[in-house]
Write a protein that binds this ligand. Structure first.
Ligand code: GLP
Length: 265
């Protein structure tokens, strides 16, 4: 795991953008897994700017959305389909047929989830999966106790997630109780994973994700097993980490290590 601690939200977004940009330069038909929530909004804004300046071209990029509320139609303002459209897709030159999403109202849920996984595999898997984290350590909508090898499926939201997400609904009762989400096993198959978090209220989840035991009680802790996982956080989200100084030291020396390795080749 690479733990990257930044001063503020702007720097977190910059770091994430750098990674996405580099990945796209290596592979123009990048397969990107994208989350919703407040955390990635700045990244999406920067991607739109880069696209407008023609520094990144989305015409061949393929995207898979991470999760969706069950029971909300695509045009519902709180659906994740609507969120992605409003905050990213409608502003960039992505081909509509390259946007894959989980439906909030599939005819057959099991078949829909299976087809989604098959679609991901047909592109050779997700190259870069961006993630946020829930205060309870969830990734996507894989709530605590989710199987660490789970595939895309239905999940029941925890009361804390319903409460956390209710800010966007008129009334907590309107927040759907069920959702579809990429499974933890599916997420772990992404070639690279970048998790973003900021603020004190994510501190405990980040501590457990990075320094706690790997457990289904903290789904994000599985990222410790991923060979290419980067955790980009601000000082507040990093505040409970016991090896914070070491992570900063590693990051500071990163270029020197890369140079060293390059010279050995
Ligand atoms: C939601 C989403 C997650 C997201 C999390 C954190 O429940 N399903 O994908 O990472 O909440 O959201 P935020 O970035 O708003 O804190």
């Amino acid at each position: 795991m690479e733990i990257i601690i930044k001063q503020d939200y702007e720097q977190i977004c910059e770091e994430a953008i750098k990674i996405i940009h580099q990945a796209w330069k290596k592979k123009n038909n990048l397969v990107l897994g994208l989350p919703t929530g407040k955390t990635p909004l700045g990244v999406y804004r920067r991607l739109i700017e880069l696209n407008k300046k023609e520094e990144i071209d989305f015409s061949q990029v393929i995207t898979f959305s991470l999760d969706e509320y069950l029971g909300l139609e695509e045009n519902h303002p709180q659906s994740f389909a609507y969120y992605m459209e409003k905050n990213l897709f409608q502003h960039i030159n992505i081909n509509k047929e390259n946007i894959y999403r989980l439906s909030g109202n599939p005819e057959n849920i099991d078949e829909h989830c299976k087809a989604y996984e098959e679609k991901i595999n047909s592109f050779g898997g997700i190259d870069l999966q961006i993630l946020g984290i829930g205060r309870n350590g969830h990734i996507g909508f894989n709530e605590p106790s989710s199987s660490l090898s789970s595939r895309t499926r239905v999940k029941t939201l925890t009361l804390e997630t319903i409460e956390a997400n209710s800010r966007l609904f008129q009334d907590e009762k309107e927040v759907p109780r069920f959702c579809l989400t990429l499974g933890i096993g599916t997420i772990m198959e992404a070639k690279m994973i970048v998790l973003l978090a900021l603020g004190k209220n994510k501190g405990e989840a980040i501590f457990k994700c990075v320094e706690g035991p790997i457990t289904a009680s903290v789904p994000a802790s599985i990222l410790q097993l991923h060979p290419q996982a980067k955790i980009i956080i601000d000082q507040e989200a990093a505040s409970l980490l016991s090896r914070k100084d070491y992570y900063q030291w590693v990051y500071k020396n990163k270029e020197r290590v890369d140079d060293f390795i390059a010279k050995k080749k």
